[in-house]
Design a binder for this molecule. Structure first.
Ligand SMILES: Nc1ncnc2c1ncn2[C@@H]1O[C@H](COP(=O)(O)OP(=O)(O)OP(=O)(O)O)[C@@H](O)[C@H]1O
Length: 360
């Protein structure tokens, strides 16, 4: 187990600087997820930790040891790749043993480690098969097994589940979380899938455009997103952003929508002027009459346990509502909308949540 520190690191590809002065501390034993859209720098950061990309400036500390110039094989980390990267001509056992033999480990110790990994991953039956005789999920297990036998200070996972079908992805996700509970080793896991991030992470590092937008527990990034980007990226369906004018009247903050309707804001929401009010779809109610405003229903999606209703307000602002169960609302109807603004967020034109802007 080791903590991992990125200390003011920068990285360029050719003349283009992609990572600029980024700092992050991963605590020992933590399950950290790098989450962000395609091109946000997740893989580059992970590969810099693994030693597969150089670090141009700054320091990388693994378990307190300065590692930015240490060869990948000497960093005591094990990486699991999206495409498994197994040797096709070797059996499962040989795949797991190969790296250990290469460093001259005694055969007794190798046997102990392979048996232990096979037990943890329940793959004793597969040890004599070749990768071509395994399913995608089993291959992924072998790739994880090959990392486990190294007994590394940290595991680095690069989108390890993206080649698996939906059901297997969910199962493997749970198994990985269990594995982490059992062995407690530091894990850094790259994904663009927010469900994987929310379900597995101790903390999520949200990346956008190769910069850190926010670091926090799944609940922190969900309930207190630091920026409009985080608010829109985490949560499905995505958070609504309603353009409002916020004024303070007699100690009460009031948000006025463009159609003139006014919403009273709770006391802990600060802000003034032209802002975006972020409201989660589950906090938008659809009512026949007496709503805070009205809109026209465009599309209704019935998902069985819940219904998602896409509405457009008079000024063209799209609003998504999510209701439990089966809603009777139909496309084309004009409906009333209510907004539960407990837990809503205000964002400025700079994209920062207002409490963040105030804190800076
Ligand atoms: N070898 C390279 N040469 C030039 N630019 C690169 C190279 N690798 C990555 N980049 C650039 O660095 C940025 C970050 O890419 P990176 O692959 O780390 O993103 P990512 O979040 O992992 O994306 P994805 O989810 O698509 O894998 C992108 O702008 C990408 O174009």
């Amino acid at each position: 187990m080791a903590d991992i520190v990125l200390d003011h690191v920068s990285k360029s590809f050719g003349k283009v600087r992609v990572i600029d002065d980024l700092s992050l501390t991963v605590q020992s034993g933590e399950f950290i997820v790098f989450l962000g859209p395609s091109g946000s720098g997740k893989s580059t950061l992970l590969r810099m930790i693994a030693g597969l990309e150089t670090i141009d400036r700054g320091r990388l500390l693994i378990g307190g040891r300065e590692c930015q110039t240490v060869a990948p094989g000497q960093r005591n980390v094990a990486m699991v790749f999206q495409n498994y990267a197994l040797y096709p001509h070797m059996t499962v056992r040989e795949n797991m043993v190969f790296g250990l033999r290469n460093i001259g480990m005694a055969s007794d110790e190798i046997r102990r480690r392979v048996e232990e990994a096979a037990r943890i991953l329940e793959m004793d039956q597969l040890l004599d098969r070749r990768p071509s005789q395994l399913s995608g999920g089993q291959r992924q297990r072998v790739a994880i097994g090959r990392a486990i036998v190294k007994e590394p200070a940290a595991f680095l996972f690069d989108e390890p589940l993206s080649n698996l079908d939906a059901a297997l992805r969910v199962r493997t996700r749970v198994e990985l979380a269990e594995l982490h509970h059992r062995i407690g080793t530091t894990m850094i896991y790259v994904t663009h899938d927010q469900t994987e991030a929310m379900t597995m992470a101790d903390r999520i590092v949200v990346l956008n455009d190769c910069r850190i937008e926010q670091v926090g527990t799944p609940m922190e990034v969900y309930t207190a997103p630091a920026s409009r980007f985080v608010a829109g990226f985490i949560g499905s369906p995505a958070m609504n952003f309603l353009p409002v004018e916020v004024i303070n009247s007699d100690g009460q903050a009031l948000a006025t929508l463009d159609d003139g309707s006014t919403i009273g804001l709770p006391p802990d929401i600060a802000g003034r002027g032209r802002l975006d009010l972020g409201v989660r779809p589950e906090n938008v109610g659809i009512v026949g009459e007496g709503g805070m405003t009205t809109g026209k229903v465009k599309v209704v999606e019935h998902l069985g346990d819940r219904t998602i209703v896409y509405v457009v307000l008079g000024d063209g602002t799209p609003v998504t509502a999510q209701t439990g169960g089966h809603s009777q609302v139909r496309a084309g109807e004009v409906v009333g909308l209510t907004f539960d603004v407990e837990g809503a967020r205000l964002f400025g034109t700079d994209g920062l949540a207002q409490d963040q802007a105030a804190a800076i």
